[in-house]
Ligand binder design. Sequence first.
Ligand SMILES: O=P(O)(O)OP(=O)(O)OP(=O)(O)OC[C@H]1O[C@@H](n2cnc3c(O)ncnc32)[C@H](O)[C@@H]1O
Ligand SMILES: [Mg+2]
Length: 198
Amino acid sequence: MDKLVLASGNAGKLKELSSLLAPLGIEVLPQSAFNVSEAEEPHPSFVENAIAKARHAARATGLPALADDSGLCVDVLGGAPGVLSARFAGEPKSDARNNALLLERLADEPKRGARFYCALALVRHADDPQPIIACGEWHGEILEAARGQGGFGYDPLFLVPDLDQTAAEIDHSLKNVLSHRGKAMRQLLDRLRAEQQA
Ligand SMILES: O=P(O)(O)OP(=O)(O)OP(=O)(O)OC[C@H]1O[C@@H](n2cnc3c(O)ncnc32)[C@H](O)[C@@H]1O
Ligand SMILES: [Mg+2]
């Protein structure tokens, strides 16, 4: 494998995924370079949606594809917004409206535990029967007001308790060390390396 398509249209994710993939030393191209349309994400689990997005991009490009399906799961909301995180406040997708709705749902709520979850799926071709799957979680708490300018999505509301900083206040490289996406990607890279050595 000397080339990989990143099956995502999210600029924040693309930036994080590209820097996490740098050690692999292969050419990584966003699906926008091939005009790949947005995939359907109809499934109830992150893993299923990640596989669907990876297959869609591989089918459209003829190249191996890596997809990320991720989201925020809030304990007291029974895991919502979960797989609906990107469209929590409806169409069109808006981080600002999603964050406002999350604050509204948690108004006067003392229990604010939450986690980010990331499922990565890599397919070598569209019908690959053995996708490489890796998942990661990042635990934190939802603040009552946004803090920080970095990151994307729900980062300004996601407090990392040990640091007393939000995911939007820590720098990009520290987020990649701690995050759901960073954890999942390190696992995926280990599996890929093991496969290359086998
Ligand atoms: O499907 P693609 O094209 O990859 O882009 P998307 O933004 O629609 O991505 P998802 O369907 O996986 O939805 C994930 C949403 O979860 C949120 N999210 C995921 N990872 C996050 C992170 O690291 N920081 C903040 N929010 C995150 C953010 O709102 C995303 O839009
Ligand atoms: Mg999506």
